[in-house]
Write a protein that binds this ligand. Structure first.
Ligand code: ADP
Ligand code: MG
Length: 287
């Protein structure tokens, strides 16, 4: 039978906006020593501002329109940001043949043109040579009919509590914090150093994130548990692979909430340390 204080712990945490799906997860949480974060939507808001369009022969607004149209059915934060920057409704009748390549971007037919929107890996995939960009930011390359059409530079904002979230974890005795991202190295390193994260791995495909988590799990002491925190866009497999999967509940996807063991209802990463502390307190009452 499940000791009563587990129910108290689960109830107490739910009042803090932390949904713990079972008493066994409280036990794992209490032993968490490694916390691995996804970047976009987890440590950052996932709401990008468009900073500029570079190296394009087309009008900047036209590049944004074609990119937003190609992205019209995607739920990725980059897509949402491009829709917002375009500012008008996309007539989906003009968009067809949509393929989303997770960790890379989108290819679609817009008004009879083949439009590819994504990172350097996507440009490699469609065989287009991208002009490198030396600005720090998330670079969204656009190719039209297999010709390079410039890049849109966008930037995300770090969540207000993200820095505190990392320092609270350290204070709670978490030994290692790690950030995994599919985004470019320069942005990834900047976010990680601003937040005081110990290790950072960038330019990863979703399967690369699973691989990294498996590496970390195999190298850590058996008793130390690893938590992965994500928003579920492309990272549901990592949420399931970690000893404990923590998902953002408000902005996150249904797949994430499904795959996770713990859900943070208000997407606030500083609730992770809180969840660990509540679990330890609860366990100390049980045993
Ligand atoms: P993160 O690891 O930061 O959460 P993702 O794994 O979702 O990011 O995506 C990694 C990278 O792949 C993004 O930074 C972007 O370059 C590219 N990408 C993924 N999906 C899209 C999309 N829908 N549109 C444009 N680029 C995308
Ligand atoms: Mg993500």
């Amino acid at each position: 039978s499940i000791p009563l204080s587990f129910f108290a712990g689960i109830g107490g945490s739910s009042r803090e906006g932390i949904l713990i799906k079972g008493s066994n997860y409280m036990e794992t949480l209490s032993k968490t020593k490694y916390v691995v974060f996804d970047k976009t939507g987890t440590l950052t808001q996932g709401v990008f501002e468009v900073n500029g369009v570079h190296h394009s022969k087309l009008e900047p607004q036209k590049v944004i329109e074609l990119a937003a149209a190609a992205e019209c059915s995607s739920s990725h934060p980059i897509s949402k940001s491009l829709q917002k920057a375009y500012g008008k409704l996309i007539d989906r009748k003009h968009v067809g043949n949509i393929t989303e390549l997770s960790g890379k971007g989108i290819i679609a037919e817009v008004d009879g043109h083949n439009v590819a929107v994504g990172n350097a890996k996507l440009m490699d995939h469609v065989g287009v040579v991208a002009i490198p960009c030396h600005q720090v930011g998330t670079i969204v390359h656009v190719a039209i009919d297999n010709e390079y059409a410039g890049h849109i530079i966008i930037s995300d904002i770090i969540k207000p509590h993200a820095k505190e979230a990392v320092s609270e974890l350290k204070r709670a005795g978490v030994e290692k914090t790690v950030m995994l991202t599919g985004d470019a190295k320069a942005v990834a390193n900047q976010v990680a150093s601003t937040l005081g994260i110990d290790e950072v791995y960038s330019e990863l495909l979703p399967e690369g994130k699973v691989q990294k988590v498996e590496d970390l799990i195999s190298r850590k002491p058996e008793k130390a548990k690893l938590a992965f925190v994500g928003d579920g866009i492309n990272d549901a497999p990592v949420l399931s692979r970690a000893d404990i999967g923590i998902a953002m509940g408000a902005m996150g996807s249904d797949a994430a909430i499904e795959a996770a063991d713990v859900v943070l209802m208000d997407d606030d990463p500083s609730k992770i340390a809180k969840a660990i502390k509540i679990s330890r307190k609860c366990l100390s009452i049980v045993y």
